[in-house]
Design a protein around this ligand. Structure first.
Ligand code: CA
Length: 700
């Protein structure tokens, strides 16, 4: 006798009907015969019961308890020992490191522990970050979404997330996993505390799988190793690096600067050689830490139950690597070790390589899939391991936006063979001055040698004052991305394809990076949804701006959308100044949006029309919204001597920021949004004032 039917609706709108008899589920209309699919069905049922909104009886009544019991029983009936087979997942994440490892063919590197891990792992040759800096990357790694879609693309910023976007480890916790994070979070959102609380059973510098109370529980544990971070490899005073890092390796392990493999984009000087060697010393110490964690896993007898990931969070923290969309900033090492019982999930045998293209945005869905959990529909990534995989990824996308006080907007598309970069602010250098990394001696060496006549083409590509609007590199023959093929007659079709892929990805993922932050914060204060909104017109204007005629840009300049006017202004600024453009710029000085006013003022000042423009920048520097202040003061800094009348205003800004900032502020310490902005404004204000003679005197 059938008592009742419960219908479960999965995320994919699949309906499962369970017939009950005497309180027991007797059949499931969707139960397949195939073992793999039975397990998947059972997983989906469990996923359904996590959301009580999705459980209905025939007559519409909610039957959470019965459904939960029923689904659990169905799970047992259908999937047998599936729960017991869930793997542990261990992520070991290095900071700021390109594949500078012996196992990736770097003969200068000393990395015996990671090389041994590689011999036991699948080695990925085409793994890419979603951004070349820490915070936006972590925003994507914890959510499975592109930071550009969430509004977490600038480093740092603190906009809220859509409520539907959760930290993916929370889904593992729901499935019985113990989760631990040691220790970096840096999720770049005002919802960081929520992400941490829902994701991690422990998140601290003592978090460890060893701390789980139920030793039989599966775990997902992250260890983030700071030793190869830019602070250690480049920014700290050399003596501090020697005391805190280099002292941990033997004299024989210290890298000889004379043998350092200098890339062609660095001048060959003793200090640059010394700092390249210093980077490799940091990597060797990090390698020791990886070895220690793997030894703990072995000592605990967990090797056979744990899938181990090793990767870095983006390219090396050296000039032209971190913060750049070249492969030097985006290509990362990735090793994944599968124990014997999970060898069937490995794409190739242990010790072999795969050229599968994978992106960080794929990591959350991949872990969920390995742990047999449903993948939320809002995630942008796709699983590349586990059962029932989609077609392989064809392109990996990257973004570069504001980092600290350095504004930028660039996007990249990487296929297996080609890298396409679109620089939406080509008037800015790859080597923008930035206060925090500029403490590194190597950056001072490059600045001191930045001369068109003495630098090689490779050095000038990075250090020169501007960038091409588009870049296309054949990474097979040009792995360092030195030869731009955007104007090559032989690559027109490849260029057209990549342009098209980029334009579609910007629209598909609702890229919010084209909306100035002062405007974005107001738009995000409105309704939130899982997909971006309001950015399509701005991104379309930005995509068009570099190739549009003056007439088309003047038309866009009259748009009712402030973000469109912003990109029309930037586009007009890249044209030869004319009697048609100057009136539009003057109109821009009174635009309702300060982002438009500031860009118009910049362009007029650069074109020797500072009279009405500089007062606008000075007024913006005193604005209540610190986003506008940062934009204005950074613009003043880059204008340098041309903005000298702004000295007093900038001095006032510096004092205002001092009142906001706590003492002993460093750029690696996570603060409030207001404090972060004040710190970055201080960087720019001080750089400008330090560059002006007699800046402490009254205005000229
Ligand atoms: Ca990093």
């Amino acid at each position: 006798m059938k008592l009742i039917t419960v219908t479960l609706r999965s995320h994919a709108a699949t309906r499962y009907e369970l017939d009950f008899f005497g309180g027991l589920p007797m059949c499931c209309t969707k139960t397949p015969h195939d073992r793999k699919r039975r397990r998947r069905t059972a997983r989906n049922l469990l996923s359904c019961i996590r959301d009580s909104q999705q459980i209905f009886t025939q007559n519409g009544c909610c039957l959470n308890a019965i459904a939960a019991v029923a689904a659990a029983l169905m799970f047992a009936v259908c999937a047998g020992a599936a729960v017991a087979a869930q793997p542990n997942i261990l992520w070991i994440t290095a900071e700021d490191m390109s594949p500078a490892l012996g196992c990736y063919g770097d003969h200068y590197a000393t990395t015996p522990n990671i090389d041994q891990l590689a011999a036991e792992s699948v080695r990925y040759t085409h793994a890419f970050a979603t951004a070349p800096v820490c915070s936006p990357v972590r925003s994507g790694l914890i959510t499975g979404c592109y930071a550009t879609s969430l509004g977490t693309h600038n480093m740092r910023s603190a906009f809220p997330l859509p409520a539907s976007v959760r930290g993916f480890p929370a889904l593992l916790r729901n499935a019985g996993y113990f989760t631990s994070n040691n220790v970096k979070t840096d999720y770049n959102t005002s919802d960081a505390a929520r992400l941490i609380n829902e994701s991690w059973g422990q998140s601290s510098d003592t978090a460890h799988w060893r701390n789980r109370q139920d030793k039989a529980a599966p775990f997902f544990s992250v260890f983030n190793l700071m030793t190869s971070h830019q602070s250690r490899t480049m920014v700290w005073p050399y003596e501090k690096f020697q005391a805190e890092v280099q002292s941990k390796i033997s004299p024989a392990e210290i890298h000889d600067p004379a043998d350092a493999p200098l890339p062609p984009y660095y001048p060959d000087t003793p200090i640059i050689r010394r700092d390249c060697a210093r980077f490799y010393d940091c990597v060797t110490v990090m390698d020791q830490q990886v070895g220690a964690i793997l030894q703990q896993l072995k000592d605990d007898g967990l090797d056979d139950d744990t899938i181990v990931f090793f990767f870095s969070d983006h390219g090396s923290g050296m000039p032209r690597h971190k913060r750049a969309l070249f492969d030097t900033g985006m290509h990362v090492p990735l090793l994944i070790r599968f124990p014997q019982k999970y060898q069937h999930l490995a794409p190739v045998r242990a010790g072999a390589t795969t050229d599968s293209l994978v992106s960080f945005v794929d990591f959350p869905p991949t872990v969920l899939n390995l742990c047999r959990q449903s993948i939320p529909g809002h995630m942008h990534g796709q699983a590349f391991l586990g059962e029932d995989l989609p077609a392989a990824r064809e392109f990996a996308f990257g973004h570069r936006d504001r980092v600290d006080e350095a504004f930028d907007c660039a996007r990249s598309v990487r296929s297996k063979d080609f890298l396409y970069i679109r620089n939406f602010m080509p008037h800015l250098s790859y080597n923008q001055p930035t206060a925090w990394p500029d403490q590194g001696d190597i950056r001072g060496e490059i600045y001191a040698r930045t001369h068109r006549d003495t630098m090689t083409a490779a050095q000038w590509q990075f250090a020169g004052p501007t960038r091409p609007r588009e870049e296309l590199f054949d990474c097979r023959t040009d792995p360092q991305n030195l030869h731009n093929l955007a104007n090559s007659a032989d690559h027109k079709s490849e260029l057209a394809k990549m342009r098209d892929v980029l334009a579609k990805s910007v629209r598909r993922y609702g890229d919010r990076g084209f909306i100035p932050e002062s405007l974005l914060q107001n738009r995000l204060a409105g309704t939130q949804s899982k997909t971006a909104d309001g950015g399509h017109a701005a991104s379309a204007a930005a995509v068009k701006s570099a190739f549009a005629t003056v007439y088309e840009l003047l038309k866009l300049h009259k748009s009712s959308d402030a973000a469109v006017r912003y990109w029309a202004t930037i586009g007009l600024g890249q044209k030869k100044m004319s009697w048609e453009i100057i009136p539009a710029m003057l109109t821009g000085l009174t635009d309702p949006a300060w982002a438009v006013r500031i860009e118009a003022a910049r362009i007029l000042t650069e074109n020797e029309n500072p009279g009405q423009a500089l007062p606008v920048l000075i007024e913006a520097a005193g604005h209540t919204d610190l986003n506008n202040v940062l934009h204005a003061v950074r613009t003043i800094e880059l204008l340098g001597d041309r903005a000298r009348p702004a000295i007093s205003a900038v001095r006032r800004v510096a004092l205002r920021c001092q009142s906001i900032l706590p003492t002993a502020t460093t750029a690696t310490f996570v603060q409030t949004a207001e404090q972060d902005l004040a710190m970055f404004i201080s960087f720019s204000a001080n750089a400008f004032l330090n560059g002006q003679t007699n800046a402490d005197q009254p205005d000229p």
